[in-house]
Design a protein around this ligand. Structure first.
Ligand code: NAI
Ligand code: A1CAB
Length: 264
């Protein structure tokens, strides 16, 4: 077994999807655990990987172990698998707030520790993942780890001090973007557009705008100005967004998310 996931919910499934699509590991090289028999059967059916209800089996079978449970369960899980862990293991934490030092301390032995901050667009191969490691991870080992994260989207290696910022702008932001898409579609529906078509317009517009930022490298403000004709329709919307505190609302949302990450 090449990699194990303790917990196999939304984020683990999204990452495994990319790993399998890109052929980084095959189904029989991936083992996942679940809390319930229902969850185990679901993972087996949807992903086709090896499954278990025993977290210690994950650690005994795989040298690279991803902790894919909610942050509140990290300590409990690390205590549970403590006796199966060795210094040959690489532990990968994906939860906000659980630092490299905290993970090593709770693991209880000097091992390789990595943090990922992925996001759910990994499910469609368009994730954005931040990665940092402790100093036991060599350059070659990091290169192997980046093959994993690159399989479900883009990766940036960052200093650990930026992990909460990455959590806000990467990990959490899909939720805010989905809210934005939903709100835009609601407005289009209120103007008479069928809902399905409204989601297509809103989603493709967000996708296209994001691509423009990435591909042109131009300042987002420049790209905004390109859309705003003098005395046109767009600038009227810009006026109302500014009046409603749109930028400030986004700024505050990401700040709140990052601050919460520091407390977990
Ligand atoms: N959902 C997201 O957008 C993101 C999540 N994360 C992090 O990923 C981690 C997982 O989050 P999700 O996948 O969203 O959660 P989830 O709730 O979808 O999945 C967690 C899974 O772990 C299982 N589980 C719980 N306790 C367990 C135990 N003791 N042993 C084995 N399995 C157990 C649950 O049954 C569930 O299937 C969290 O730490 C979260 O902070 C990070 C970035 C983005
Ligand atoms: O809020 C959450 O649980 C996760 C962590 C990062 C993004 N979403």
């Amino acid at each position: 077994m090449k990699i194990g996931f303790i917990g196999c919910g939304n984020m683990a499934s999204a990452m495994i999807g990319g790993i399998l699509r890109q052929g980084i590991f095959s189904k029989d090289e991936i083992i996942v655990s679940n809390l319930t028999e229902e969850g185990r059967a679901r993972s087996e059916k949807t992903l086709g990987v090896v499954t278990t209800l025993d977290n210690n089996e994950i650690v005994r079978s795989a040298k690279t172990v991803v902790l894919a449970v909610k942050p509140q369960f990290y300590e409990e899980v690390l205590t549970e698998v403590h006796d199966s862990l060795t210094t040959e293991h690489t532990i990968i934490g994906i939860a906000p707030g659980k630092t490299l030092a905290w993970l090593e301390e709770k693991a209880g032995l000097p091992l390789k520790v990595v943090r990922f901050m992925p996001n759910t667009p990994a499910q469609v191969g368009a994730g954005m993942t931040a990665v940092c490691t402790n100093d036991r991870v060599s350059e070659d080992e990091l290169a192997e780890i980046l093959k994993i994260t690159d399989s479900f989207g883009c990766t940036e290696v960052i200093p650990e001090r930026l992990m909460d910022a990455a959590g806000a702008v990467g990990g959490c932001s899909p939720a805010y973007v989905f809210m934005f898409i939903e709100a835009m579609a609601d407005a289009a529906v209120s103007q008479g557009m069928p809902r399905k078509q409204a989601y297509k317009f809103a989603s493709q517009t967000v996708l296209g705008s994001a691509k423009m930022v990435l591909k042109t490298g131009r300042h987002p403000g420049d790209l905004k100005d390109m859309v705003c004709s003098p005395a046109g329709t767009t600038i009227e919307g810009v006026r109302t967004l500014e009046k409603s505190g749109f930028r400030s609302a986004v700024f505050e949302a990401l700040t709140a998310a990052a601050e919460k990450g520091k407390k977990l």
